[in-house]
Design a protein around this ligand. Structure first.
Ligand SMILES: NC(=O)c1ccc[n+]([C@@H]2O[C@H](COP(=O)([O-])OP(=O)(O)OC[C@H]3O[C@@H](n4cnc5c(N)ncnc54)[C@H](O)[C@@H]3O)[C@@H](O)[C@H]2O)c1
Length: 291
């Protein structure tokens, strides 16, 4: 066994991933399994479930892959019970499920707020309440990793309730990290931005300026969109012994967008936290930009 595998100590551990059959979840499952982790997965997409089950089987990994809705407490509990029966241990929980739509807050309804809280916050509470006692009883510690977003750390016009729900996950995670620290159970967040997944393309990534090399240079300090492995690498690190003293914090796989927070790398004029005159003049040619 090499240095990395020995320090990571993932081989033979057990991880449960919600939303683990597509997008970021699939990459996380693939990369944990590649490090010898036994996988339990729940996903709402029946086709993706079949595909991930086939891929895990093909690579000889041990896995339980269930088709179900992570927002349903009974479906979640059934997966945890299946893990108890099959392996009798749980080392890692990764809460991937989340999602939103774009609309100004005043045009949204209580029904929509409820749906956003269910999709982004409540199942995280359920999953953590199922995982923590099991990890504690196992006596080996554990790692809980919640997928949040850059929008949990800044204003997000059109995404107010999603951003609030993800910020709630972040803060819940900090408190849980402290409560569970004496049991060596770590709780951390991963807050991605600009990662290409089918979900992100729903928000017009293909047609917006960040779909172009120039748009990426202006809006993303590292000058490129993220790959799913930019996120799964963070999750593998947080699940592993390499992060054994890291708890209650957040990793930001975002190419620097959180750090730059409003600063853009404009062609010609370089970094600025406002649009250069040459850009504004396109909207008011030859004259003063509109007030
Ligand atoms: N892609 C990005 O750049 C990005 C940016 C910020 C935050 N995130 C967050 O990362 C997470 C994953 O994002 P993604 O782009 O991979 O999303 P995605 O929509 O591709 O979802 C990942 C998987 O979750 C499954 N899923 C969705 N709802 C489910 C449910 N109720 N029960 C079980 N499975 C369900 C989907 O079928 C899919 O396989 C989300 O929490 C999202 O808010 C992503």
């Amino acid at each position: 066994m090499g240095w990395f595998a020995e320090r990571a100590a993932l081989d033979g551990t057990v991880a449960l991933v919600t939303g683990g059959a597509g997008g970021l979840g699939e990459a996380i499952v693939t990369d944990l399994a590649a490090n010898g982790v036994r996988m339990a997965v729940i996903d709402i997409d029946a086709e993706a479930v079949e595909s991930v089950r086939g891929a895990l089987d093909k690579n000889g990994g041990e896995a339980i892959v269930q088709h179900g809705d992570a927002r349903d407490p009974e479906a979640l509990a059934a997966l945890f019970t299946a893990v108890d029966q099959r392996w009798g241990r749980l080392d890692t929980l990764v809460n991937v499920v989340g999602g939103t739509f774009r609309k100004p807050f005043v045009e949204t309804s209580p029904k929509a707020w409820d749906a956003l809280l269910r999709t982004n916050l409540l199942h995280v509470l359920h999953a953590c309440s199922l995982a923590a006692p099991r990890m504690r009883a196992g006596g080996r510690g554990g790692s809980i990793i919640n997928l949040t977003t850059i929008e949990a750390h800044r204003a997000a016009p059109g995404f107010a309730v999603y951003a609030a729900a993800k910020a709630a996950v972040e803060h819940f995670g900090r408190t849980l990290a402290v409560e569970l620290a004496p049991d060596n159970i770590r709780v951390n967040n991963v807050a991605p931005d600009m990662i290409i997944t089918p979900n992100l393309t729903k928000f017009g990534m293909g047609t917006s300026s960040v779909g172009t090399p120039l748009g990426q240079r202006v809006g993303i300090p590292m000058g490129r969109l993220g790959e799913v492995t930019d996120v799964s690498g963070c999750v593998v690190f947080l699940a592993s012994g390499l992060s054994s003293f890291v708890t209650g914090t957040t990793l930001h796989p975002d190419g620097g967008t959180y750090a730059s927070s409003g600063w853009f790398n404009w062609p010609d004029s370089g970094w600025a936290n406002h649009a250069p005159r040459s850009v504004l003049e396109q909207f008011a040619p030859g004259g003063q930009p509109e007030e």
